[in-house]
Design a binder for this molecule. Structure first.
Ligand code: URA
Ligand code: SF4
Length: 487
């Protein structure tokens, strides 16, 4: 029997409903998700019934689990679902439910493995949402305006691809905490008045103000938002270009902004607590699974900057591991560590030392690219201690799978991870130590840092030291290779 489910299309609401349906054993193809205010559901690509379907709810009951009480769903899925819920594709709710169903019916590692069609589709949606969030953060342009109380406001119009305007609001609150601002989008508007964040109705696309109109629109229309008593309908009608007036829900935008402040606003302004990286690491993960799971990590703020994480690369039986800081611009685009300018310097030094990169495992302390946008370019920013610590479980797990005999830290960030906070790169480089990471652990300069030394003779000295350190690594690697297998 088909079950029509009309609902307010928000993640929390879907989750509640999905839980209930799951508890009742309602199968995915029996649900007609009807998100209110969204265009009708697109049809889902069909899926051949898998073994889990054959087992159905009975299988769960047979194991004595009560699905209704507490379906055990990996955190990674919930995070993925939360992102996907912001996507504009009306079919997402059904796809999410189908994936959820499969997760609790015999395919618990579905999301972690990440090669499944449904999961790939969800990932792509989440990725699109992530990029859109990033775009909104980077491209919203505010126009300065004053209202007749003499207050300065910044006002912007933006048309996101997905329903992200609420999710991105905390970013703007943090960034522009000391300014009054308002962002209008077709899905809704966001307003920060130095004290609280409010959400209101959207501005239809046709009513989007032109740049030149912003100022006058602001004065007569939006400025009233903060005091409904001031709404001067006559003045607004006079000022408002007719085509706008026709499409704007008359006066609705304004008072509603005040009245509709929802309870969740407070909690949105508070920084969300982040799930630790460990939550995203699947139990018993192999290296490829670990790499696939990286994309689900939400352990630090870098997961929200629109970039994709870059996993380590190399054989699981590598004897030597090289650890850098974080991927750069090229690495992020290509999805491989040390693939850009720093990688070229590294490759030269490896070749000079007689080391074969394909035998090494190369990775980074932090898996996401932290950057600042300047003049349309993404400029590297050093990750802070919070980010480095948040990311550490990934490296720990990589190292515990590989169990290298030689670990090499490139640059200060990796050096601190390997040798601790007291380390001094210039003082301590080139002197191997035994650490919990490897029997023989060495730190040296970061190849990118060499490129940044302005004084040619200082650069040459540092380069020579870097090359010498890699020769030490090569010597050690040869010694290790020549040891009898039992060692
Ligand atoms: N710098 C790093 O530390 N790692 C890379 O992968 C690239 C540049
Ligand atoms: Fe997770 Fe590391 Fe990316 Fe932060 S940088 S989100 S800890 S993978």
């Amino acid at each position: 029997m088909m079950r029509a489910v009309a609902f307010e299309p928000r993640f929390e609401r879907w989750r509640e409903l999905a839980r209930g349906l799951l508890g009742e054993g309602v199968q995915p193809h029996e649900v007609d998700w009807r998100p209110e205010g969204e265009s009708p559901q697109l049809s889902l690509p069909a899926r051949a019934p898998g073994p889990s379907r054959a087992r159905g709810v009975g299988g769960l009951k047979a194991r004595g689990a009560s699905v209704a009480a507490a379906p055990r769903v990996p955190r990674a899925f919930l995070d993925l679902a939360q992102s996907v819920s912001l996507h504009r594709d009306a079919g997402r709710w059904a796809l999410l439910y189908r994936t959820l169903w499969r997760l609790v019916h015999g395919e618990p590692h579905l999301v972690a493995v990440g090669l499944d069609d449904d999961v790939l589709r969800l990932r792509r949606m989440a990725q699109a949402v992530r990029r859109d969030r990033h775009k909104m953060k980077a491209f919203v342009r505010f126009r300065r305006a004053e209202n007749d109380l003499g207050e300065t406001w910044y006002i912007a119009w933006h048309r996101p691809d997905h329903r992200i305007f609420e999710a991105v609001a905390p970013f703007f609150v943090e960034r522009f905490n000391d300014q009054r601002w308002m962002i209008l989008t077709p899905d809704g508007s966001t307003c920060w008045d130095l004290k609280s964040l409010r959400f209101g109705p959207g501005v239809p696309r046709e009513a989007a103000p032109d740049r030149d109109e912003m100022e006058s629109l602001w004065k007569t229309y939006y400025a009233s938002i903060f005091n409904p008593a001031r709404v001067k309908v006559k003045a607004m009608k006079a000022e408002m270009p007719v085509r706008h007036w026709g499409t704007l829900p008359e006066a609705a935008l304004i008072p509603q902004l005040l009245l509709e402040a929802r309870g969740r606003v407070e909690s949105m302004v508070k920084k969300p607590r982040r799930p630790p990286a460990m939550d995203a690491i699947p139990e018993g993960a192999t290296l490829p699974v670990l790499s696939a799971a990286l994309a689900t990590c939400r352990a630090c703020g870098l997961c929200e900057n629109g970039t994709r994480p870059v996993a380590g690369l190399g054989p699981v039986d590598a004897r030597t591991v090289l650890i850098g800081e974080q991927p750069g611009d090229v690495e992020e685009r290509l999805g491989r560590p040390f693939a850009g300018p720093a990688g070229e310097v590294l490759d030269r030094a490896l070749a000079a030392a007689g080391l074969d990169r394909s035998e090494l495992y190369v990775t980074n302390a932090v898996k996401h690219f932290k950057y600042e946008e300047r003049g349309g370019r993404r400029i590297h920013k050093t990750p802070n201690l919070t980010e480095v610590s948040a990311c550490r479980p990934w490296l720990d797990r990589e190292l515990s799978l590989i169990r290298p005999q030689i670990a090499v830290g490139l640059g200060a960030t990796a050096a601190r991870m390997l040798f601790g906070g007291e380390v001094r790169l210039r003082r301590d480089r080139g002197s191997p130590r035994r650490t919990r990471f490897a029997e023989w652990t060495l730190i040296t300069y970061h190849p990118a840092a060499l490129l940044r030394i302005p004084d040619p003779s200082a650069r040459r000295t540092a380069e020579e030291a870097f090359f010498a350190d890699l020769r030490l690594v090569a010597e050690r690697a040869r010694a290790v290779r020549d040891l009898p297998a039992a060692c």
